[in-house]
Design a binder for this molecule. Structure first.
Ligand SMILES: [Zn+2]
Length: 353
C-alpha cells in the first residue's frame, strides 16, 4: 500500500491537512493540552479528503483474503477496578431495573479480592469478538502517575495479559498522561509493560489522546514502537488528517517520513455517545463512517474502552459494538488488531529503503 506522495505534495491544502501543519504551532489547546477539533480548519471531518485524492491517484489498497476493507478494533484499559462513581451509577442502574444479581456483582467483588473486579472482563470481550471472526488490541497503562487518580499496577495483571496474547489478541501500551512529550517516560512505560508481558510491545495509543505533531511520533519511533493509533479527536469522530488508510507520518521540520505506522483513530465510544443524542443516532453516525471507509477500501479504527462492556455502559455501548461487528462482518471486513494491521502493512510495503 504505497501512497502516491509526490502527487499529494503538490496539493497545498490537502498536503497541509495530511501532515497536520496547523498543529505544528497550535493557537489553542484544550484543558488536557490536546489540539481540539474546534481549533482545526478541516470542517468536513466525516469525509476522508486525502484518502479520496490518493484513491483517485493510484493508491492501491489490498487486504488479506480479498477482504473489502479493514476494521482495527482496540480497547483502552483506563480502569480495572471501578471507581466509586462508576459503582454508584451501576448500583443505581441495577436498582432501577430490579436486577438483584447485577447489584450483588457490583459489591461482592470487593469481598473476594481484586481478581473478581467486573472490569477485568477481557475474556468476555474476546469471546464476543471471536464470535465474529475478529480479534483486537488492548492498550494498558504502565505508569504510576495519572492526572485524576491511581488507576492500577500493571504487575497485578500479568495473568490477564498472558490470557490475551495466548489467544492471539494484542497487548499494547496506553501511553500515560505525562508520556506524550517525554521520550524517556514513554520508553520507561514500554519497558515496564514488556517486563510483565515477557515480549515486545509494538503498538501505542496515548491516554486522553494527548499528542504533539510531529514530536510524539518521533518519540514513539525512538522508543521502538512500530505503530500508533492516537490520531483522533476527543470531541469529534471522523478523519483528523483526512485519511482512512494507515500511513507513515511526514515530519515537515525534517522533511522526512517517520518510520512508524499511524492507524488513525476514527471512532471512540465516549466521543460517539457524547455527540449522539440517542442509540439510533450513534448507530447512524457509525454506519455512515463504516460505509465511507468501505468505499475507499480503507481502515476504520475503533476505540471501545474495556469498561464500556460493563454496567452502567453495557446496554448502549456493548450493544452498538456488537452491531458494528455484525454489520462489518456482513460487508466482508477484516476485523483485527493493530498488530496484525501493522504486520500486513509492513509485508505489503516490503523491506525498508
Ligand atoms: Zn485512557
Amino acid at each position: 500500500m504505497l501512497l502516491p506522495y509526490d502527487a499529494l505534495r503538490e496539493q497545498g491544502e490537502l498536503w497541509d491537512l495530511y501532515t497536520r501543519r496547523e498543529e505544528y504551532v497550535p493557537q489553542q489547546l484544550d484543558q488536557y493540552g490536546c489540539f481540539p477539533y474546534a481549533s482545526g480548519t478541516y470542517r468536513n471531518i466525516l469525509e476522508p479528503a486525502v484518502s479520496k485524492f490518493l484513491a483517485e491517484n493510484g493508491l492501491e489498497s489490498t487486504w488479506p483474503e480479498d477482504k473489502e476493507f479493514a476494521v482495527c478494533l482496540t480497547h483502552d484499559v483506563d480502569e480495572v477496578y471501578p471507581p466509586l462513581t462508576h459503582t454508584l451509577l451501576s448500583c443505581l442502574t441495577c436498582m432501577k431495573k430490579q436486577d438483584l444479581s447485577g447489584l450483588r456483582e457490583q459489591v461482592i467483588w470487593k469481598l473476594h479480592g481484586k481478581e473478581k473486579s467486573p472490569y477485568r472482563n477481557f475474556s468476555e470481550i474476546m469471546d464476543l469478538e471471536e464470535k465474529y471472526g475478529a480479534c483486537s488490541s488492548f492498550y494498558f497503562l504502565a505508569t504510576g502517575t495519572d492526572i485524576t487518580r491511581f488507576r492500577y499496577n500493571i504487575e497485578d495483571l500479568e495473568e490477564d495479559l498472558h490470557r490475551i496474547t495466548d489467544r492471539g489478541w494484542e497487548v499494547g501500551l496506553h501511553g500515560g498522561y505525562y508520556a506524550f512529550n517525554d521520550p524517556e517516560e514513554i520508553l520507561r512505560e514500554k519497558q515496564r509493560l514488556e517486563k510483565v508481558l515477557g515480549r515486545k510491545v509494538i503498538g501505542n495509543r496515548n491516554h486522553y489522546l494527548r499528542f504533539r505533531v510531529p514530536d510524539s511520533w518521533e518519540h514513539l519511533k525512538k522508543a521502538g514502537f512500530r505503530y500508533d493509533t492516537s490520531l483522533g479527536y476527543n470531541e469529534m469522530v471522523g478523519f483528523r488528517n483526512g485519511m482512512c488508510h494507515p500511513f507513515l507520518p511526514y515530519n515537515l521540520n525534517t522533511g522526512r517520513e517517520i518510520s512508524i505506522l499511524e492507524i488513525p483513530l476514527t471512532i471512540m465510544d465516549d466521543t460517539l455517545f457524547e455527540s449522539a443524542a440517542a442509540y439510533e443516532e450513534a448507530w447512524g453516525i457509525a454506519k455512515k463512517l463504516i460505509d465511507t471507509v468501505a468505499a475507499y477500501r480503507g481502515i476504520i479504527c475503533l476505540n471501545w474502552h474495556s469498561e464500556s462492556f460493563c454496567c452502567p455502559f453495557k446496554n448502549q455501548r456493548e450493544k452498538l459494538y456488537e452491531k458494528i461487528l455484525d454489520y462489518c462482518s456482513g460487508k466482508k471486513a477484516w476485523m483485527t488488531s493493530g498488530e496484525k494491521i501493522c504486520e500486513w502493512w509492513e509485508k505489503m510495503r516490503g523491506p525498508q529503503q
